[in-house]
Design a protein around this ligand. Sequence first.
Ligand SMILES: [Fe+2]
Length: 389
Amino acid sequence: MFGDIALRQSDGMTLLETPAVRLRGLVLEYGDREIELHPQWLRERSTEPGQIEATNRQRLYTPIDVAADLAVVDARVDGDAIVVAFTDGHRARIALAPILRDLGWVRDPEAPPEPEPWTTPLVDFPYVDWAGIGWSDDEADLDAVIAFLDAFYRHGYVVFRNTPVDEGTVARIANRIGYISGQNFGWVFDVRAEPSPTDLAYTAIELLAHTDEPYRKEPPGIQLLHCLANEAPGGDSTLVDGLAAALALQAEAPDLFLAAVETEVEFRYDMGSDTVVNTGHLLEYGRHGRYRGIRFNTKLDTPLPRPGTDLGAWYAARRWLARWLNDPTHQVTFRLEPGDVMFMDNHRALHGRTSFDPTRGRRHLQGCYIEHNGPDTMYRLAVRRRAEQ
Ligand SMILES: [Fe+2]
């Protein structure tokens, strides 16, 4: 593929601080695409001796060490790299594949798969046998690890089967995939009917589709719920895709979608002795329009009335989302068995449960959270290992 790459020296680009100065960069051509590469951008990709530390590959110099008027004096394509000479005397062989990746011209081969919104239960429920993941990389089946993560990124959830039915197992699983992250309920929390519940989850009532802890500055990334006992009548689990809901709202009622995205909401957890308060939005998107998450927990949200804010639209949006997310045709309903672990993206997959009767059987789950970095790293390293095999 690198045979299609061509280089030519650019006429120059403007140095912002001194517009009169023109820098000579490089124009990279690939098929019908071309882009002008800034000399400093190229210079900072150098991995020649003295430029980066060998083990961690981090840069050994500061921005101040690079001349502001740096330019390219010579460049040529050489196999899978370009060889570039700069005005500061530095000469570097720079791999082309990472350049094309960072330009967005080829997909990052180690990037986790893109989400696939779902509006009805998947044909095949994404169960994952824990035996294939194991307690260490040495124990793991690499294909099983990649298949688990592939399903998780595409659908936003999986359920592990055949894990030990022991208290504390959920923390071991969390630490196998990432690092357990604590929050106001501790490292691991018990989900069962309590006489003085610190959250409605710790009762026997029905829980509608929700995300956990929207009141945190950054809500927990991934929730794990490990089933120790599920003998009480009721207590079935539900999941629904918040990303699919956002897309449906955007298509069906753009005004309401805008209200859900733009109206600032206060989320408040407050039980006197403990309180966490933050603001966010029902639907959150990054600056480039990329879906970031849904904060949906109608037990503890309050939109903030501000001049110009149409709370009527916001309430209509929340009502629309509550209907869509709790429509049984959009949800998957299943029953956790002892040893099962729900593993769900708390920024995307909303969870709930039907009510249960705690006088007629024991129901006990243990839960905890990790952040997305855990599975992100696991996926990248697994794909890298497979490519090296
Ligand atoms: Fe929850």
